[in-house]
Design a protein. Structure first.
Length: 255
């Protein structure tokens, strides 16, 4: 049991420096200063100390943890945002500086990523394994891709009532956003899922044009959003019990 527990991913609350304009430190002899492992010491022109930042740690998957933590850093600072960039085409996610998120939200993201890391360990899967060629995507080929296998694993747990729909949805959505970040940062060559554009209907009583949304709203008659083919369907949501489903006493006329 001890070997299994040491392999499981966990969150470490750590003090980190997300400073601006990093540089390698040199000594008086103009040689780079290194630590005991030969790594060059880094300093920042402007420090940005963050206390109790939730870092994902897993010894067997340290390389993956580095990628996940960098993803969390950039979500925290706003360097990576899931919102659309007004200066880009609406079919692409924003890579410009967006609105930073709080540590509480970062912790929620980290909590949603942990089960994915632990699943990869149990399955012995490589998260970077994606579809070789987009034109050869079939249902059978998707079943071999780790992210789709994980999505189906979460799907089955939700359908069986072992996991709340909201929890399962968040886990899949956060992992999906990590893959989008990985694709934008050239960690993976292609996205192993499809981006889907949907329109949220937005009606006005007077039938006029919403000036906040401009002409784009006039064309779509709604708010454009993006989702992915990975999203869990609401049809698997567990049906809530209603008064009609419960036992009720007999009426007098039924006795």
């Amino acid at each position: 049991m001890s070997s299994i527990s040491t392999c499981k991913a966990r969150i470490l609350s750590s003090k980190i420096n997300l400073g601006y304009r990093p540089y390698f430190v040199r000594g008086d002899d103009m040689q780079y200063i290194t630590d005991g492992h030969g790594a060059r010491e880094i300093a920042y022109h402007t420090d940005r100390i963050v206390k109790k930042f939730p870092l994902i740690y897993c010894l067997p998957r340290l390389e993956l943890c580095c990628e996940l933590n960098l993803f969390l850093f950039q979500r925290y600072t706003g360097e990576f945002s899931m919102k659309l960039n007004k200066n880009q085409d609406e079919e692409h996610r924003s890579t410009a500086i967006g609105k930073p998120i709080g540590l509480k939200t970062v912790r929620s993201l980290a909590d949603s990523l942990l089960p994915f890391v632990n699943w990869l360990i149990i399955e012995g899967a490589d998260w970077q394994e994606v579809i070789a060629e987009p034109l050869t995507i079939t249902e059978d080929s998707l079943d071999l891709v780790p992210i789709w296998r994980y999505r189906n694993y979460v799907y089955k747990k939700v359908k069986a009532g072992e996991l709340a729909y909201s929890t399962g949805r968040n886990r899949v959505n956060v992992v999906t956003s990590f893959y989008q970040w990985s694709h934008l940062n050239k960690r993976i060559r292609i996205l192993p899922f499809e981006m889907i554009k949907k329109i949220i209907p937005r009606k006005r009583k007077d039938g006029g044009l919403d000036m906040l949304m401009g002409m784009s709203l006039a064309k779509t008659n709604g708010l454009p959003i993006f989702t992915t083919s990975m999203a869990l369907p609401r049809s698997i949501t567990q049906k809530k019990a209603t008064p009609a489903d419960k036992l009720t006493p007999y009426r007098n006329d039924e006795l």
